[in-house]
Design a protein. Structure first.
Length: 166
């Protein structure tokens, strides 16, 4: 039996970040992403209906995106899409490094893609059926960002906690 080197795990640091979305999470999403939609090899599937047009629109919006721009949202739930369309868009966007789960009246999964500033946002009902499916070109989708009121409330609570240690 070979003895393994023991690795000590130490806390590198603590920090409190104030903002509408954690910068470290955004950095992880961006670091794992490219700047263009992924190419698709081979001939176009004859069952594609709307995905090539959606991909063209996405490519244009992704290239034109600049910080501070309004989000560009494509509501896939309102469009006729074949299964092949959905697969095509998945291949073009790829999967990113970050998924955020927002719980409220239902679940919302916000997933980065393999393309910077392109996110998949899916809302689910209580039976986990998709009720809204979007692709958003934005720094961070609005649903993933903390509301101003939540930030103000958190600041007040943090000030109370820190007051105990002063």
């Amino acid at each position: 039996m070979r003895q393994r080197d023991r690795v000590e795990r130490k806390l590198a640091g603590d920090r409190i970040e104030v903002g509408d979305f954690p910068a470290s999470v955004l950095e992880a999403a961006q670091a794992a992403a490219g700047s263009h939609l992924r190419p698709v090899d081979g001939a176009a599937d004859p069952n594609l209906m709307n995905a090539p047009s959606i991909a063209t629109e996405l490519a244009e919006k992704i290239q034109a995106y600049r910080p501070g721009n309004a989000a560009h949202v494509i509501n896939l739930s309102l469009l006729p899409l074949t299964g092949e369309d959905a697969d095509y868009l998945e291949r073009r966007l790829g999967h990113g490094a970050v998924t955020v789960l927002s719980r409220g009246y239902g679940n919302c999964r916000i997933s980065s893609t393999a393309v910077k500033n392109a996110w998949r946002v899916r809302y689910f009902n209580s039976r986990e059926a998709v009720i809204l499916d979007t692709i958003e070109v934005a720094r961070v989708p609005a649903v993933a960002r903390a509301a101003k009121e939540d930030l103000e409330d958190s600041a007040q609570r943090l000030d109370e906690i820190l007051g105990v240690y002063r």
